[in-house]
Each structure stands twice: as C-alpha cells, then as structure tokens.
Design a protein around this ligand. Structure first.
Ligand SMILES: Nc1ncnc2c1ncn2[C@@H]1O[C@H](COP(=O)(O)OP(=O)(O)OP(=O)(O)O)[C@@H](O)[C@H]1O
Ligand SMILES: [Mg+2]
Length: 448
C-alpha cells in the first residue's frame, strides 16, 4: 500500500507500522522504528513548527476534516510534503490513533527550503501574505529584517502584487505596531490637496481652509506612514518630502513653525523609479533616502506554483464570508488558472475567485464559473484569440489585446505609450487600437 500507516496510543507509543511507513518515515536500512511517534518526526502545518503532540491534539480536536497538508522533516534531514490524517480507534476499550501518511511532495515540488529557517516573524507574515515560492519566502525574510530596523523602505512591484500587505506587515511586526499606520495614496490627490493632506494646514492658509488641519505626517507620530504610488508626487513636493526626511520636521501649509515628527516612511510604487530619475521626473536624492531598504514583489506569473495555494486560500476565505461550502476547483478550472498570465496579479486572482463564488453551483468551481477573460485565455494554443496586436512597449511584457477588445496593459505600459505620443490621447488610442473613450477610462482607472 503506497501509504504509511502508524497506530499509536494517546502517549504516542507506537503499536503498529506498515512496511511503507517504516521505509518512508525511517529511511536508512537497519534502523528500527522508535518506540514513540514523537521521537522521530517533526511536523509543520502552514509552515508553523509543531511537535507531534501538538500536531495530534490539533488533528484530534478538528476530527471532521482530518486531512492535513503537512510538511514532514525526516530523520535523514530530508523534507517531504504529505497528507496526514488521523482517526481515533477504540479497541477493547483501549484508545488508539491511526495515522495515515501519503507523500505528495512530487506534486508540490515548490517546497525547496527548510521551514526550520523560519523565524516567528516570518511565520506571522506567511499567514497573511500567502506563498510558498522561494521568491515570496525571500520577501518574508526581507519584511522581518525591515521590521527590525528603523530605515525607510521602498516596495516595488506591479499592480496587485501585494505591496500594501507588505507595508502593513512591516508596521505590524515593528516596534511601532502600537502606534498608527497611516496610508496616503499620492496619486489620488492634486498637488495642493496632497500637500495639505500630508503636512496639514492652518486656518486661512488658502481658500477653503476654514480651520486648522492635522496632516498625515503628524497623525503617524511614533508610527509608520505608507506613501503609496510615490512616483506620482510632483517635483515641488519631492523637495518638501526630502526636507522632512532630512530634518525630521514639517511645516503646516500657511505656517512656518517647524514641528518635530517621528515616523518611519514606507513608500511603494509600480513604476520604475530609476527610469523616472533618468527622465528627471523623480529626484535621485529623494530616491536614495526612501530606498534605503527595498523589497520587490514578484508578479504572480513568476511564481505560478503559488496559484493553487492562493486559490485555496481564497476558497476558504469566500466560504467563510458567503457561507458556501465550496471544496475547490475542478481539474479543468485549476488548469486554466495555471495557464492564465494574471496581468493584474493576486488582486485579479482574488477577483476571479470572488466572481466564481457568485456563479458556483456545486461543491467545485467549474470553468464556466470563471470570468470570461480568464476562461477564454488558454496559453499558447489559443494565441489567435489575440487580435494579432502584440506591442512590445516598454521592456519585455507585451501589451496584449483579446478579440473582445479588452486591452491588457499595465499602468507602466500605458504611461509609456502615452509618453511616446506626447500624451496625445487620440494618437495613443490609435496606437493601442482602442477608442478614445476606452483610453480615457483606462487612464482614469490607473490614475494617469
Ligand atoms: N500573497 C497574498 N496573499 C493573499 N492575498 C494577497 C496576497 N497578495 C495580494 N493579496 C490581495 O490582493 C489584493 C491586492 O493587494 P495590494 O493592494 O497589497 O496590491 P498592491 O501591490 O498594493 O497593488 P496596487 O499597485 O494596484 O496598489 C489585496 O486584496 C490583497 O489582500
Ligand atoms: Mg496598493
């Protein structure tokens, strides 16, 4: 039987092993199985280190769903991913527990790293920022390091990759966690509004300033300020921000009394700031002040093995919020999720799953439940669904257009296309082969 069976009593004393269990759990020819199950194996669930006692209690207390995807560290230091299940047996008034262990590592070969290297902080992060890929594990480590220090942090990455979650995690793990975490979207406001939002103003500073206003920098006192879409701030504000960082003081709009501030700055952008510096749109000195520590969020298409994990996470989440009892995705639907390039990254995956939850009938999400753009995309075989327009601008990611007219384009790509046409909307729309209204809508949506 290609599955290990171990029978133990409450004290984890081993009463029975089948041959597979012996081979699998205790590799090495002449090792006899230990007396206690706990002596040998070390289990982790959700990357959390468990000892066997904890693990058993856990499994027993939630007997209903006793399939646990679990990592097992074997005594030869190798690591395998298994399905572990436990059942309680009562024999002649004696209580036993029957464990079955099935090896599923080969299906999940994304596990490359020993969970033993996980610190507590990283464990906490991994509960919120889901991922197993090495790239995301490196991010966990970077977050933990950033949280331990006081330096300013710059988070880069495409839209929907989780930059805000990272900023949040840095704050939550830092010494500043009991003070405020203040978010500002620098792209959402005009220059003057953003200035008074950040610095505050005094009554009468400008028309409409009826009373004093405390700015976000002051609100973040002792805590963290998250400056989202930092690439969007105007040159004048860049100078002011630089001064805040250097002098640790601010001046309210309409007042020149310096106020001391103490906050950690975490900034994020989905633009290439080094390019913006070259274009003289972003100050290099400010960049280096903000980019003391940088964290890059990989796009989902570069960590595809996380797709099943993330979709499972969203299934659980939407089950909780909708009261449905969806078990997962059909084979075909899972395959489609793996093939789709996810230009909108995790946000798009989350939206797709939410969409599916509205439509799903049975216990499995079927292909028809997925949004049309995901469903109708199918890797290389279906390239003809693209209208032949594959614009390469800028960098490597091509701008793709589906036959339905839906243009898949990142903010950076759209901006580059606009810049290339001196922000002339008619010509840009022609270039992208979409209507001016469609272009305008996209610009608005992307805050351009
Ligand atoms: N690794 C992850 N695990 C679980 N949820 C995630 C993960 N990454 C992102 N999300 C979810 O995806 C959505 C988008 O994430 P977030 O807002 O942090 O992205 P962003 O990089 O700030 O995007 P934008 O540049 O568009 O602002 C959020 O709802 C977030 O909760
Ligand atoms: Mg964001």
């Amino acid at each position: 039987m290609p599955c290990g069976i171990v029978v133990v009593d409450r004290q984890l004393k081993v009463h029975y092993h089948n041959p597979f269990a012996k081979r699998f759990l205790y590799p090495g020819a002449n090792q006899s199985p230990p007396e206690k199950f706990s002596e040998l194996v070390f289990f982790t669930t959700d990357m959390h280190l468990f000892d066997m006692d904890d693990c058993m209690k856990n499994i027993i207390s939630s007997v209903k769903r006793n399939f646990h995807k679990t990592l097992i560290l074997k005594n030869d230091e190798t690591e395998r991913l298994v399905y572990l299940s436990a059942n309680r047996l009562v024999e002649e008034e004696q209580e036993f527990f029957l464990f079955t262990v099935s090896d599923i590592s080969d299906e999940m070969d994304c596990i490359t790293h020993s969970p033993g290297t996980f610190g507590r902080g990283e464990y906490l992060i991994s509960r919120k920022i889901i991922g197993r890929d090495q790239k995301i594990r490196d991010v966990y480590r970077m977050i933990a390091l950033a949280a331990d220090s006081e330096v300013n942090v710059m988070i880069t990455g495409e839209s929907g990759t989780g930059k805000e979650l990272v900023a949040d995690a840095i704050h939550e793990l830092s010494e500043r966690k009991d003070r405020s975490f203040v978010k500002v979207n620098c792209a959402a406001l005009s220059e003057t509004l953003l200035e008074s939002e950040l610095f505050g103003h005094v009554k009468g500073a400008f028309t409409g300033a009826y009373k004093d206003k405390t700015g976000k920098f002051e609100q973040a006192e002792g805590g963290t300020i998250f400056l989202d879409e930092i690439g969007e701030i105007s040159p004048a504000l860049q100078v002011k921000l630089l001064r805040v960082i250097q002098e640790k003081t601010i001046e309210k709009v309409g007042d020149n009394k310096p106020i001391r501030v103490n906050m950690r700055i975490v900034a994020a952008t989905n633009q290439n700031l080094r390019e913006r510096i070259k274009e003289k749109m972003f100050r290099e000195d400010l960049f280096y002040r903000l980019n003391v520590f940088s964290i890059h969020m990989p796009p989902l298409r570069e960590r595809k093995l996380d797709i099943p994990l993330l979709s499972g996470h969203f299934v659980e989440r939407f089950n909780r919020s909708t009261g449905k009892t969806v078990k997962g995705l059909s084979r075909q639907a899972s395959k489609i999720l793996m093939e789709y390039p996810w230009p909108g990254n995790i946000r798009e995956l989350q939206n797709a799953m939410e969409h599916a939850f509205v439509l799903v009938q049975g216990s499995l999400i079927e292909v028809e439940d997925l949004p049309a753009e995901v469903r109708n995309f199918s890797g290389t075989d279906n390239r003809e669904t693209f209208a032949g327009t594959t614009l390469k601008e800028p960098g490597e990611t091509p701008i793709q257009k589906s036959r339905g007219g839906q243009l898949r384009i990142s903010r950076e790509q759209l901006k580059a296309a606009l810049e290339r046409h001196d922000w002339n909307q008619t010509r840009t729309a022609e270039y992208l082969d979409i209507s001016r209204v469609a272009l305008w809508k996209k610009m608005k949506k992307m805050g351009l």
